[in-house]
Every structure is written in structure tokens, then in C-alpha cells.
Design a protein around this ligand. Structure first.
Ligand code: C2E
Ligand code: MG
Ligand code: MG
Ligand code: MG
Length: 281
């Protein structure tokens, strides 16, 4: 729309919402081109044993550097991809890429499970389970070396409809984790019925450890809940020694976080697996 300003100057303006929509559509377009042009990468964040620091696995995190925009955060582009439906394509690429990497590690003699984030839209696709099975078969990856991270909201709306799908994934031998656990509305009744293997305690509850007594209580409760249900548990977003100590006291078995490393390129990740031998003097 155009508006005649005082003094006869003609200005164009767009309501903020439209401008935002336009920006999102442009981002979508750039992502589609970017995926085809090889601008997307996966990086891997180590998942670590809380007691001895051993690397237990890796979470695949999507990275995109757009030539114009520079690095774009997944917090920005995943939401847009979910809105426009592009996540179906991107998610498929992520799955294949992560499975291929897990298979390379497996062939090199490492049983290093890789966790992949799955969006609701991907999961709801009727062909999702078959797609996962195909990706595993093509890469000759033992299914137990793939973990799928799902969110509570994804799992708990229409739980009955999703239960079959989850069971089919579990039957493949894939591991299932609930990401950002504690931020949604998990009903304990449903949790008991879901064929999941692991709870990931959201960073929000870790951030103010050890001082925040509510966060301590919540974290402790999640750890105990996991124990009672026979599930593994991992804390996300561990940045400090104090948080690490608190988690140790609360009985949490494993963690991810900047205290060890953020998302790493494959060479950097492998350097952490095999620290270079010190040359003898
Ligand atoms: P998430 O799956 O909960 O991943 C954890 C996020 O926390 C990652 O951000 C990670 O880099 C960051 N993080 C890890 N350790 C620390 C820490 O110690 N401190 C802080 N402050 N942050 C930490 P990232 O990579 O920006 O991803 C954000 C979200 O985007 C992810 O949350 C996930 O929901 C989504 N995402 C990322 N990659 C993919 C993907 O391939 N597919 C889908 N569907 N979603 C993805
Ligand atoms: Mg995750
Ligand atoms: Mg998370
Ligand atoms: Mg999160």
C-alpha cells in the first residue's frame, strides 16, 4: 500500500506481518536452493558419561550457511521449514546424512549412536517409518545406532494415533528419545505406554543449577522417573562444573553441553574421540 506523506512524498509501507511473511518465504526459497547447492551440513555434539567423561554418542545438529545471510541458526530456519513444509525434504536429508555418518563410524569399529531431531510434520508422514527403515538398510547401519529425538507435544497430541507409528519404529530397533523433556505436558499415564528409551532433560532446568531449588527438584524428579520407568536420561545444556557436580549428585548418568563441546565438525568430533598422542620428548 502507498501512503501520501505530508509534503507530498510517496512512501510504500507493508504491515509488519506481511513483511515477516515475505521474509519467511524468502528464507524458504533460499533454503530450498541452499539444500540443492550443498550449503547444509550436520555437526555433532558429544553425549558424555557424567562420571568418566566417555563419549557415548552424538546428536546431529543441522547447520546452514547462506551466502548472503551467513550462518543461520536452526532456531530460525527449522521453524520456517516446518511452516512451509520444506522440513519434509530437509528432515529426509538430515536423516540420510546422519545415518551415513553413523555407518562410517560403525565401519571404523565404533559403536557410536547418533541422535537425529525429528519434527512433528516428518513424524506424521505416513511414509516416515518406511523411510527410516530404508535409510538404515541402504547404509547397513544396525538400527540400535540410530536414535530419534521427538518432542512431548508431538508425542502427546493424538497419542493413540501415534502409538502404532512409535511401536513400528521401536520394532525396527531404533532408539527413541523425548527431547526437551519437562517443557511440554507429558502425562505420566501416556509416558508409561510409549515405547521410548530415553528422556532428555531440557536445558531450561539445568541453567540455574545448583542454586535454583525448584530446578533441582524438577531435575531430580525426572531422573527418578526415568529410573522408575527403566529409561535412560541425559541432561542438555551443561556449561559449568557446578552444574555437572549437581547432576552427579542428582544421579543423572549422562549429559551434553558446552562444558565438553558444542556441535562439532566430524574431524573435530573425531579428534575428541581420539585425542592426538603427545609426542614423546
Ligand atoms: P535441541 O534438539 O534441543 O538441541 C539443543 C540445542 O542446544 C542446540 O542448538 C545445541 O547447539 C544447543 N546447545 C548444546 N549444548 C549447549 C549448551 O551447553 N549451552 C547452550 N546455551 N546451548 C547448547 P541448535 O543447534 O541451535 O538447535 C536448536 C534446535 O533446532 C534444536 O534443539 C532442535 O530442536 C532444532 N534442530 C537442530 N537441528 C535439527 C534437525 O536436523 N532437524 C530438526 N527437526 N530440528 C533440528
Ligand atoms: Mg535434540
Ligand atoms: Mg533438546
Ligand atoms: Mg532444546
Amino acid at each position: 500500500a502507498a501512503r501520501l506523506q505530508q509534503g507530498g512524498e510517496l512512501r510504500f509501507y507493508q504491515p509488519a506481518m506481511n513483511r515477516d511473511l515475505l521474509a519467511r518465504l524468502q528464507l524458504d526459497q533460499a533454503m530450498r536452493l541452499g539444500l540443492a547447492a550443498g550449503q547444509f551440513r550436520l555437526q555433532y555434539q558429544p553425549q558424555v558419561d557424567l562420571r568418566d567423561g566417555r563419549i557415548l554418542g552424538a546428536e546431529a545438529l543441522c547447520r546452514w550457511t547462506d551466502p548472503q545471510r551467513g550462518p543461520v541458526s536452526p532456531a530460525q530456519f527449522i521453524g520456517v521449514a516446518e511452516e512451509t513444509g520444506f522440513i519434509a525434504e530437509l528432515g529426509d536429508w538430515v536423516l540420510h546424512e546422519a545415518v551415513a555418518q553413523a555407518a562410517r563410524w560403525h565401519r571404523a569399529g565404533r559403536a557410536l549412536p547418533v541422535s537425529v531431531n525429528v519434527s512433528a510434520l516428518q513424524f506424521r508422514d505416513a511414509g516416515f517409518v518406511a523411510g527410516v527403515a530404508r535409510a538404515l538398510a541402504e547404509a547397513h547401519l544396525p538400527p540400535g545406532l540410530l536414535e530419534l529425538e521427538l518432542t512431548e507435544s508431538l508425542l502427546l497430541d493424538e497419542v493413540d494415533a501415534h502409538l502404532q507409528q512409535l511401536q513400528a519404529l521401536a520394532d525396527l530397533g531404533v532408539r527413541l528419545a523425548i527431547d526437551d523433556f519437562g517443557t511440554g505436558y507429558s502425562s505420566l499415564r501416556y509416558l508409561k505406554r510409549l515405547p521410548i528409551h530415553r528422556l532428555k532433560i531440557d536445558r531450561e532446568f539445568i541453567r540455574n543449577l545448583p542454586d535454583d531449588t525448584s530446578d533441582r527438584a524438577i531435575t531430580h524428579t525426572i531422573v527418578q522417573l526415568a529410573q522408575a520407568l527403566g529409561l535412560d536420561v541425559i541432561a542438555e545444556g551443561v556449561e559449568t562444573d557446578a552444574q555437572h557436580r549437581a547432576l552427579c549428585e542428582l544421579g543423572c548418568a549422562s549429559f551434553q553441553g558446552f562444558l565438553v563441546a558444542g556441535a562439532l565438525t566430524v574431524p573435530d568430533f573425531e579428534a575428541l574421540l581420539d585425542p592426538p598422542q603427545r609426542k614423546l620428548a
